[in-house]
Design a protein. Structure first.
Lengths: 173, 173
DNA sequence: GTATTATTAGTGAGCACTCACTAACTATGT
DNA sequence: ACATAGTTAGTGAGTGCTCACTAATAATAC
């Protein structure tokens, strides 16, 4: 991958995440990336292709983040690690996650199945811990994590910080 | 308000909610509303003004929905009513709420203070019921309601239905 | 010397918005 | 009662501009 290609990707990510896909023009991207506009189309064919390239990273990144939870063998640690997930995201990755969350509102990119492995693992953990309805507990916590992540991205990490200790205590993990 | 003006508003709401604001052109709106394109600008000055008109309704609608909770005097009923909120939204209002949730990602329209009265009332209810950290509990439940509403709008009412009974039971309301 | 990477200079389509105008209605003067 | 004057609602072709995208050409690398 050439420097300029990467530069296009990072400029596009930043603009898509903050202005939105449709509100961002290819000329803006080229300008921010300090690159000719034509180069975008050489590397990514079209604007949609550029977005698709950004989304390809998503799969890998999400798997990487989920891995420590999936391979955790202690039920309590599973829940603990899930609760800590949104608080462990590095600020340099906010744009990436912002884009993910914005695109969830566009059918084309909304795929709830992405979360399946995590929810299954959570359900297993709750089941192990003797919760009455582990499936519901798992999906509930997942929704909560989603909501807290949204809160962090929209209102900053500090705004959600109280939930960290609170949830760990609530679930006794 | 004339028929055509209302027709413009409802066409714009539908398109903005499903395609997004930037992805919707004024000509599309005019076509869907069966109205000349110029009329949009006579009534709303510009495209932003049309969106602003749609958002003006929001304040009123949100207050109306919150009222039964705010004026509830029984703590348990406050919590119960809040949990039931997202499940009581009529399908004819989905577009309206979709637009609200999409716009939350645009700083300009993201105003967390809208929820303040509801959270305060919830905190009062949790406090009355002897919860240890009523403030956190209130904000947590609020986040959950937000997440469930999101789930309903994105994946349908049925997908979130299990949470209804589950939450009512969990909070013993 | 020939791929590959890049720039430059376009292109037509579609965008938000304007403008000159008409039609229908309302208020006023006699 | 009726002409006159003024206002509001509505039209649709036209505006300049920006859009995503392309083709020809240049620079660079191996």
């Amino acid at each position: 991958m050439t420097d300029k290609k990467e530069s296009i990707l990072s400029a596009a990510l930043e603009l898509f995440a903050h202005e939105g896909y449709n509100a961002t023009s290819t000329s803006q991207i080229a300008k921010k990336a300090a690159v000719s506009e034509g180069l975008i189309f050489r590397h990514f064919k079209n604007k949609k292709g550029l977005l698709a390239a950004l989304m390809e990273d998503a799969e890998a990144r999400i798997s990487k983040i989920f891995a420590p939870v999936i391979f955790e063998s202690s039920p309590k640690n599973v829940i603990r690690k899930v609760i800590l997930l949104p608080f462990s995201i590095d600020q340099s990755e906010y744009d990436f996650w912002r884009l993910q969350f914005i695109l969830k509102w566009q059918q084309e990119y909304n795929n709830p199945l992405k979360m399946k492995p995590l929810i299954d693992k959570l359900a297993w953990a709750f089941s192990e811990l003797g919760y009455e309805e582990p499936e519901e507990e798992a999906r509930l916590l997942n929704q909560l994590i989603d909501a807290i992540s949204t809160g962090i991205l929209r209102e900053g990490l500090e705004s959600q910080l109280p939930f960290k200790a609170f949830l760990l205590k609530k679930y006794s993990v």
